[in-house]
Design a protein. Structure first.
Length: 232
């Protein structure tokens, strides 16, 4: 009764039944419609690519604050997923952004989003994370939402998105910190002097992550809290 001029035909009726069946089977809306509206932009999402969480808003706000406070220009992302964060940054034309991910689904999704939003100062690469370490790029800031969930935690995780997301993007060895250690290590040699590294991590790993940062030579290491007041 809302759309008086909209007539339901057999095509829309069958499509509705198809979507309803998927939803009743546990599919999240983001994967049913292959779309997520986030931070005022629409992004394409395929099964296996991580859906942005509320913590992503917090991450983006911290990232923007640092970028504009220190006038940083050259940015790099480890593990871009759908590419949502880099795509948001690319709306600022004076920024230069590169991202690398070793997940093929993430690469295809991000390239499609890049084409739809017509960003000209952003480049996505499908490669291993050591790609830019080998190239020895000197950049202002590196950010990442890497895999940080311990494999043993899978049985206790209560998130309806997890069965549809890439396990490679969620889980990591060494109790969930293996990928974080690798990123901290190679970023130290890729950043300009006085550069920044921002990583999202498990709330249980706060102390050990700060210790690893300091061990590899970083200083002014800070931890921020999420919406549940946990260190992330």
């Amino acid at each position: 009764f809302i759309f008086y001029n909209f007539k339901i035909n057999i095509y829309f009726y069958l499509e509705y039944l198809y979507f309803l069946k998927k939803k009743l089977s546990g599919w999240p809306f983001s994967y049913i419609f292959k779309n997520e509206f986030f931070y005022k932009i629409d992004v394409f999402l395929d099964v296996g690519v991580l859906v942005p969480r509320y913590e992503t808003y917090i991450f983006i706000n911290k990232l923007f604050n640092i970028l504009f406070k220190y006038n940083l220009k050259y940015i790099f992302e480890f593990g871009y997923g759908s590419g949502i964060i880099s795509l948001l940054l690319s709306s600022c034309n004076d920024l230069f952004i590169k991202g690398v991910d070793n997940d093929l689904n993430a690469f295809f999704s991000s390239i499609k989003n890049l084409y739809n939003l017509k960003s000209r100062n952003l480049f996505f690469y499908y490669n291993n994370w050591n790609m830019f370490y080998c190239n020895n790029d000197k950049i202002d800031i590196i950010f990442s939402n890497p895999p940080y969930v311990c494999y043993n935690s899978f049985v206790v995780l209560n998130n309806f998105l997890i069965p549809f997301e890439s396990k490679k993007s969620l889980f990591s060895d060494k109790f969930g910190i293996n990928d974080i250690i690798y990123i901290i290590k190679i970023s130290f040699f890729s950043l300009k002097q006085g550069g920044f590294l921002i990583i999202e991590h498990n709330y249980r790993h706060s102390f050990i992550i700060r210790t690893i940062f300091i061990y590899f030579g970083y200083f002014l290491v800070n931890t921020y809290i999420d919406q549940y007041y946990s260190d992330r």
